[in-house]
Design a protein around this ligand. Structure first.
Ligand SMILES: NC(=O)c1ccc[n+]([C@@H]2O[C@H](COP(=O)([O-])OP(=O)(O)OC[C@H]3O[C@@H](n4cnc5c(N)ncnc54)[C@H](OP(=O)(O)O)[C@@H]3O)[C@@H](O)[C@H]2O)c1
Length: 283
């Protein structure tokens, strides 16, 4: 919490005999409360560090408890940790309710947890992987927002942020599950944004291009406009602060994404048919 001094004219009408005297009011600026999923690694951990620098109170979620404990130890702010799987709606709800009971409703909820792995439809084994990718990258986002939404609506404030991907713009060969999950996330976030019009709660969709994290560490192809996780977190934080409803980062990738969206199928197929693919593997 930060204290700041504010000079203010009296809020009640002065008596006719009194001259209006400026009053010094002490107001308390509440630090932001931020929930971040996928906080043990990459973009999520960088977002934790970014908001900690601003003095935020954090709710950090991911499956690996030691990773959450380590990040919380490093951050000089109050950080609640919730080791859980975002597919487990009951666990996410319990964590959400506990955070709200301790700290109040969050100002920002960032659904960032996600997985990326190659999948191929002709491999029966990949069906289970396909389900997991959709569950984590789409249902996980729904589960993350759900426990906070009623309270944020009541208070008519706050931002729900989904980290989607440029991979949701077109179907990437070899990454069908990932592309489908991010396309679904983009559409889900748009539905939610329109549903919440006029409620005071913002919905923000962010589509990063390539970010250097464990998710991309073994990609066997060139990654144009690759950003560090810290640079991505800075850009994401700035977009959230501006309250934009939709953004692709970095700006160079926004141009690529626009081109991809309008590209005719024949040209897209020609360019991407032989593109190197994300390796298949269980996770
Ligand atoms: N890196 C990129 O180039 C890129 C580009 C566009 C979009 N994105 C998106 O950005 C987000 C973050 O990716 P990243 O690059 O930072 O990847 P990352 O380093 O692999 O981090 C992914 C995070 O998600 C968590 N997670 C995964 N499955 C989870 C589950 N079931 N429940 C709870 N937490 C789970 C992981 O923690 P645990 O393993 O501890 O659970 C980890 O903290 C993802 O949604 C990704 O799709 C990344």
């Amino acid at each position: 919490m930060g204290l700041f001094l504010k000079s203010e004219a009296p809020s009640i009408s002065p008596q006719p005999s009194c001259r209006a005297q400026p009053r010094i009011m002490i107001a308390v600026r509440q630090a932001q409360r931020v929930i971040i999923t996928g906080a043990t690694s990459g973009i999520g951990a960088a977002l934790g560090r970014r908001y900690a620098r601003q003095g935020a109170t954090l709710g950090l979620i991911a499956r690996r408890k030691p990773g959450l404990e380590q990040l919380a130890r490093e951050l000089p702010v109050v950080s609640e940790i919730y080791p859980l799987d975002v597919r487990d709606s009951a666990a996410v709800a319990a964590a959400g309710h506990e955070f709200v009971a301790r700290h109040g409703a969050p100002d920002i909820v960032i659904a960032n947890a996600g997985v990326s792995v190659g999948t191929l439809t002709d491999h029966a084994d990949d069906t289970r992987v396909f389900e997991d990718v959709i569950d984590i990258n789409v249902i996980g986002v729904v589960n993350t927002f759900q426990p906070f939404l009623a309270r944020m609506r009541e208070e008519r404030r706050g931002s729900l942020v989904g980290i989607a991907s440029v991979a949701g713009y077109r179907g990437l060969p070899g990454a069908a599950a990932y592309s489908a999950s991010k396309a679904a996330a983009i559409a889900y976030l748009e539905s939610l944004r329109v549903e919440l019009t006029g409620s005071g709660v913002k919905v923000i969709t962010i589509c990063p291009g390539y970010v250097a994290t464990p998710m991309t560490a073994e990609n066997p192809y060139p990654m144009p406009f690759l950003m560090s996780a810290d640079a991505a977190a800075e850009k994401i934080g700035a977009i959230i602060a501006r309250g934009s409803s939709y953004a692709v980062i970095p700006w160079q990738m926004a141009i690529v994404a626009r081109c991809l969206r309008v590209m005719p199928n024949w040209l897209y197929d020609l360019l991407f048919a032989r593109a190197p693919r994300k390796p298949r593997r269980p996770f």
